[in-house]
Design a binder for this molecule. Structure first.
Ligand SMILES: Cc1cc2nc3c(=O)[nH]c(=O)nc-3n(C[C@H](O)[C@H](O)[C@H](O)COP(=O)(O)OP(=O)(O)OC[C@H]3O[C@@H](n4cnc5c(N)ncnc54)[C@H](O)[C@@H]3O)c2cc1C
Ligand code: FES
Length: 523
């Protein structure tokens, strides 16, 4: 990797290749502000922007560039057709919550649309239809159930069709969700950054926040020891760095894979597609758990790119990267004869909440005047925008009807949620077996250039990376968050923690919270 924290993985996304990095200076003195936002992804930038629009003196701090986290690796579908399905949300949280969830995501897309026009942001924003369909051979029951639940949630324009357009070899019914949207996420964030700067907001990149203490005045500290004092702080680090336990027992990190292909311009009309694989119990029985797929197009010079995602699994708990990329490629070629040259492959991480909705609001540990946004699932573009609207309202004292459904303190006592909570937390405990197992290799000379592996060293484990010049870099394999053992991600060349999703680049630098420290170097 060229720069510390430049991006959250070794592979470069189309967005990262096709937009400029928005970088500014790091924090070099103590600062004061009305609000300090930590993290310059979609959640932090939208919150900072809306607070700046409300006349607040805003400071935004990121340890990388703007958009160097998961917002640089997303596929940026902007949807009110939620990944977790309205009929599931109804079962877990009730009809009223499903309705407010639909309303909030619809308004998030509308707000992005308004911001793009008002700030004149050239980010390829376009309204498109979205199609939800069952994979070949699967039951149509999910589609039927989702249609009824979407109507009950207030999405009155959703239509049932005999099948999706464009996607070949699919026989079941489909749902059409009108007025979804898509954009280039990094061009959008760059536009927000310029709009914040025009309103005298201050953006600092290359500065890591290592401590946040709430109170009447919130005190944040950078790694270099500078203090930022603010009336409120927003922790928008994708996974909160200020809370060690509470929120991390209610969400789990999942890796998701993306492949990109060249297709001719206008060969495939722009639209969004999602299949229902893995979300339907019936399909699991029929077909086994098939990871789901999500598809969109994006303009790239003379061509369009087809961007296909899916093959999710729990972070650092599967290592068959090649197989997963191959599955995605085979799936894309089977379902569209227009698919051309493969141009990109990468993976990223999403935070899956136990009950489908993000956690947005006052810090659940009760830290005064500290707010968090996390758990944004595969709908982080709209959840991040909802966070901007909701947190700006909370901080400026305005009423917001979404506060209850996104409250990070909420407890959902439905048996399916409790079962998921228990399963995810048992999975975390199970990862502690890594303290007893042997290493991936027994000696460093077995590690090839550009690769990493765990080596047992007495009672402890070392994370060892050999760089391209042959030099070895040794770290304690103990994750600084809550001390699980990290594992090597050979496709992104990162050390990933299977417990709560902290990730570190090959040289041990943190690229994903909840950890805020690097892996400890061993000399
Ligand atoms: C493969 C993939 C596909 C996806 N597809 C979609 C999609 O189609 N639609 C959708 O809505 N969502 C999608 N998502 C989810 C979405 O991309 C994310 O939920 C969203 O980008 C998260 O935004 P964020 O602002 O919360 O976090 P990030 O973008 O990760 O931003 C957090 C920022 O905090 C900074 N940071 C972390 N720790 C510190 C610290 N200690 N000090 C200072 N700064 C710090 C990081 O550098 C980073 O820039 C996808 C995700 C992936 C991985
Ligand atoms: S992320 Fe929690 S222990 Fe590593």
């Amino acid at each position: 990797m060229e720069l510390i924290g430049e991006r959250a993985g070794n592979n470069i996304s189309f967005w990262e290749r096709s937009a400029q990095n928005f970088c500014s200076a790091p924090v070099k003195e103590n600062l004061r502000a009305d609000v300090c936002v930590v993290g310059a992804g979609i959640a932090g930038m939208t919150t900072g922007y809306l607070l700046a629009c409300a006349g607040r003196d805003v400071v935004i701090v990121d340890d990388g560039p703007v958009g160097g986290g998961m917002t640089g690796r997303t596929t940026a579908h902007l949807v009110n057709a939620l990944d977790d399905r309205f009929y599931e949300i109804e079962k877990m949280l009730g009809k009223d919550t499903a309705r407010l969830a639909a309303q909030s995501h619809t308004q998030a897309i509308d707000r992005i649309d308004e911001i793009v026009r008002e700030e004149n942001i050239q980010c390829d924003f376009e309204r498109v239809d979205g199609y939800l369909f069952a994979p070949p051979g699967a039951s149509a029951k999910t589609i039927e159930e989702e249609y009824d639940a979407a109507l009950r949630a207030g999405l009155r324009e959703v239509q049932k069709l005999p099948g999706p357009p464009i996607i070949q070899h699919v026989d079941g019914p489909a749902l059409r969700f009108p007025r979804q949207a898509q954009f280039h996420p990094l061009k959008y964030l760059n536009g927000l950054a310029s709009a914040v700067a025009r309103r005298d907001g201050r953006i600092f990149t290359g500065s890591r926040i290592v401590s946040i203490k709430g109170g009447e005045s919130v005190r944040l500290e950078t790694r270099e020891g500078y203090n930022i004092t603010a009336r409120a702080a927003v922790v928008a680090t994708n996974s909160p760095i200020n809370d060690r336990y509470v929120i991390h027992t209610k969400q789990a990190p999942y890796a998701s894979y993306v492949v990109t292909f060249r297709v001719g311009r206008d060969v495939i009309p722009h639209a969004l597609f999602w299949d229902t694989a893995q979300t339907a119990e019936e399909e699991k029985k029929l077909l086994g758990p098939i990871p789901y797929h999500y598809v969109r197009l994006a303009p790239d010079g003379e061509d369009d790119l087809l961007i296909v995602g899916g093959e999710d699994h729990k972070t650092a708990q599967a290592f068959d990267f090649e197989k997963r990329f191959t599955h995605l490629e085979e799936w894309a070629r089977r379902h569209s004869s227009a698919v051309g040259q493969l141009v990109d492959r990468l993976c990223g991480q999403v935070m899956e909440p136990v009950d489908a909705l993000a956690y947005i609001g006052a810090d659940p540990t009760g830290d005064e005047n500290v707010y968090v946004v996390t758990g944004d699932s595969g709908n982080g573009m709209t959840h991040g925008t909802i966070a901007g609207i909701l947190l700006a309202d909370l901080i400026t004292g305005r009423e917001n009807t979404w506060m209850r459904i996104y409250d990070p303190k909420r407890k959902t006592l439905k048996p399916i949620v409790i079962a998921d909570y228990a399963k995810e937390n048992a999975n975390v405990v199970a990862q502690l077996r890594d303290y007893l197992t042997s290493g991936d290799v027994s000696q460093a000379n077995e590690i090839k250039a550009g690769e990493g592996a765990l080596i047992r060293d007495g009672a402890s484990k070392l994370a060892v990376y050999r760089d391209e010049s042959g030099t070895l870099h040794r770290f304690s394999a103990v994750c600084p968050h809550l001390k699980c053992i990290v594992r090597w991600n050979a496709t992104e060349k990162t050390w990933d923690c299977p417990c709560h999703g902290s990730r570190f680049d090959c040289l041990g630098h943190m690229v994903n919270g909840p950890a805020s420290a690097d892996l400890e170097p061993i000399f």
